[in-house]
Design a protein around this ligand. Structure first.
Ligand code: 5BU
Length: 482
């Protein structure tokens, strides 16, 4: 069966329909309707579509094959049998008994898995499936669908590291049916306009506007530096000596305030004045991790009163979303007990999505949930702290982050390497090539014989890489346009 015959046959069978208004599952009213679920009850069409799919897939490289339940599963079974490849699939429901997780079938970590689905609209559900498989150790690169009913999904998926192959596209359907006079020019323009508006809405949903992310990225572009100095000094004399020297080179200073032996209330006063004068922001790397109420007390109160002076803070999501409400939400018990809520531009977080230390316990499933939390809390989450073992590993992770939120990467030095306590370093250029927006450097600068020259070198090399690789832009244009 050719793509043209498939289109005509789907239209004749009423599986692709135009000309009236259809209410979609989302409640939106669409001028066309595509539903391939009942193809399985038409043996001839099912066989022909399975044949087409088999031919499309034959040339691709994979070890196991999967279909997204329910619609695509029967095709995946047929194709797997024909090509002599193992079939695996993801349960739709969480299993509450017996052994094994949500994936049925045998595979080895590192196996390449090809995924079949019936349609693609935004690509989001494909990416969710890929992430589930990746969390189980599989490698997902290729998706094959019958119909790409969007105008952008293939490009969006490609940006996130996946190939989308389709047997027919919406444009081919429209073109074929119009040429056959089965639909009018008006049907075609209605379908295109509807799809464009749906695509635009989806793009907006994925695009996040966080005030601090915007401020930090514009400071980076203005000052031409993506350097974040991790100033892990143990006394304030060393801290300010180093910071004064490096101030002109950095976009932000990262502070572990509890490392200081001689902290007193004059420290944040002096730090804030220097930040103002030197034009950089302050990130308190406190790594809050407790329940919301405790995190709130730690952030707004105690000796350090971090909320009063830090532009942003780092947060582990291990205790659940309540920590973000605790840190940045209003105090139901009043401000007296907890201190005031930080201002909108000041109260922001970088979530720990991946760590640089060897043997850390964060896995892909955890990282995925952290990103999901960041995506659903755009008012507070300016970005993520993350690391990659290689450029492509970092790139794949970066592509999963919502646009408009930033990736800051620790574990960076001029060359790859490690320390003797588990820290693993990636080189500055690799970090930027992999998609880090800010590079966090500690000992590479303050441990150098001449910290000021080291800071200058990191800033220059880092910004040169930003200019070469991304044309001197930190925030993607689409994100700023929101
Ligand atoms: P270094 O001297 O460049 O190795 O310092 C790195 C800093 O980044 C240090 O303050 C760490 O606490 C921080 N860090 C990290 O190295 N790796 C991580 O995964 C996270 C934070 Br999260």
């Amino acid at each position: 069966m050719t793509p043209r015959e498939l289109i005509l046959s789907l239209e004749t069978s009423g599986l692709v329909r135009f000309g009236t208004q259809f209410v979609l599952k989302s409640g939106k009213v669409s001028p066309f309707y595509i539903d391939l679920r009942n193809v399985v009850s038409r043996p001839d069409l099912f066989r022909n579509m399975s044949d087409m799919l088999t031919e499309k897939i034959r040339g691709l490289e994979f070890d196991v094959i999967s279909g997204i339940a329910y619609t695509a599963l029967p095709y995946a079974a047929v194709v797997a049998e024909r090509l002599g490849k193992p079939l695996i699939f993801q349960r739709k429901e969480e299993k509450s008994y017996g052994l094994g997780g949500s994936i049925v079938g045998d595979f080895k970590p590192g196996d390449k898995c090809l995924v079949i689905d019936d349609l693609v609209t935004t690509g989001e559900s494909k990416i969710e499936t890929a992430e589930c498989f990746e969390a189980a150790g599989l490698i997902v690169k290729d998706f094959v669908v019958f119909i790409d009913r969007s105008l952008h999904a293939a490009a969006d998926m490609e940006r996130r590291g996946y190939n989308l192959h389709s047997l027919v596209t919406l444009e081919e359907i429209l073109h074929t049916l119009q040429a056959e006079k089965r639909i009018s020019a008006c049907d075609v323009s209605d379908a295109i306009n509807f799809t464009k508006s749906l695509d635009a809405e989806n793009a907006l949903e994925r695009c996040i506007d966080n005030p601090f992310a915007r401020k930090l990225s514009s400071l980076m572009e203005r000052k031409k530096t993506n350097l974040i100095l991790s100033l892990d000094a143990s006394n304030s004399r060393d801290f300010f000596r180093l910071l004064e020297a490096a101030a002109s080179e950095i976009a932000m200073v990262k502070v572990h305030v509890d490392i200081l032996e001689d902290f007193d209330p004059s420290f944040p006063v002096r730090l804030s004045a220097l930040a103002e004068e030197g034009d950089f922001y302050i990130l308190a790397d406190r790594k809050f991790a407790d329940i919301g109420n405790t995190a709130r007390l730690q952030y707004r109160g105690g000796m350090y009163r971090i909320a009063d002076w830090a532009d942003s803070v780092t947060v582990h999501m291990i205790s659940g979303n309540g920590i973000l409400d605790g840190l940045f939400g209003d105090s139901p018990q009043g401000e007296a007990a907890y201190g005031p809520r930080p201002s909108r531009t000041r109260g922001s977080a970088f979530l720990l999505a991946r760590m640089s230390s060897k043997g850390n316990l964060i896995n892909e499933g955890y990282t995925r949930k952290v990103i999901e939390t960041g995506r659903t809390h755009p008012q507070w989450v300016a970005g993520y702290i993350g690391h990659g073992t290689t450029v492509s590993d970092l790139r794949r992770f970066r592509d999963k982050l919502p646009r408009g939120q930033l990736l800051l990467m620790p574990g960076v030095q001029l060359q790859q390497g490690k320390d003797n306590l588990g820290q693993q370093y990636m080189s500055l250029e690799e970090a930027i090539e992999g998609g880090a927006d800010g590079v966090i450097v500690g000992r590479g600068i303050y441990g150098a014989a001449d910290p000021l020259s080291a800071a200058k070198m990191y800033r220059e090399q880092g910004w040169r890489a930003v200019e070469t690789i991304r044309g001197g832009r930190i925030m993607e244009a689409e994100a700023v346009a929101v």
